[in-house]
Design a protein around this ligand. Structure first.
Ligand code: FNR
Length: 186
């Protein structure tokens, strides 16, 4: 059956390399995956008082409900200072609360880490695994997806369109599709 996958990009930058890679990943994904971008830009920074005081921001409510709709998630993220960007961690934290209603629970996850540098945003890729594993998201372990030197793989329109690069992403998305079927067999 078709699986619903949310695509979450860890950068808000207009010309984000991660966004370009995410679009390419969607374009080569197997037909059994129904992919949809989930926006995280408008989420106020987490503060438990908002929930405790009955003043939960509307954007949090929407985001938490949105996350619950999906069978799995593909995170496409840059690395900030050898970890994940705060905007991504904030989104993860918001949907993990209030205590006892973790919207991520039991779903499947995959990570594509992206950098114009040479180290594949390895630090972000592995830091992201720590909260997601704790939140009971079953993270695809192999194959891994590290995109280094991303700027060299864009065409004049800023698309991640190089044939080898797309082949790499296609392979990853097929493995992720198989993984989602294992995690949510129905
Ligand atoms: C970076 N960048 C970066 N790159 C990297 O490979 N490892 C790192 O630890 C960092 N650290 C870092 C910190 C901060 C605060 C910024 C703003 C940037 C560079 C980063 O990879 C580059 O800006 C990318 O273009 C960001 O991804 P998007 O926005 O293109 O998706």
């Amino acid at each position: 059956s078709t699986k619903k996958i949310g695509v979450i990009v860890g950068s808000l930058r207009r010309e984000s390399f991660s966004l370009a890679v995410a679009k390419a990943a969607v374009s080569v994904a197997p037909k059994e995956l129904s992919l949809e971008f989930i926006e995280i830009a408008d989420l106020p920074m987490f503060n438990q008082d908002f929930d405790d005081d009955g003043k939960t921001p509307e954007s949090w409510v929407k985001f938490r409900n949105k996350v619950k709709e999906f069978d799995g998630f593909i995170f496409v993220t840059p690395e900030y200072n050898r970890s994940i960007p705060a905007v991504l961690k904030n989104a993860i934290d918001i949907a993990s609360r209030p205590y006892g209603s973790n919207a991520w629970d039991g779903k499947a996850g995959g990570i594509i880490s992206v950098t114009p540098g040479g180290l594949g945003a390895f630090g972000a890729n592995h830091h992201l695994r720590q909260p997601m594993t704790f939140l009971n998201v079953f993270m695809l372990q192999q194959p891994e997806a590290y995109i280094s030197n991303v700027a060299d793989q864009l065409n004049e329109k800023g698309e991640f369109a190089d044939e080898n690069s797309l082949g790499y992403l296609k392979n990853y998305m097929e493995a992720f599709s198989n993984w989602v079927n294992k995690v949510s067999a129905s």
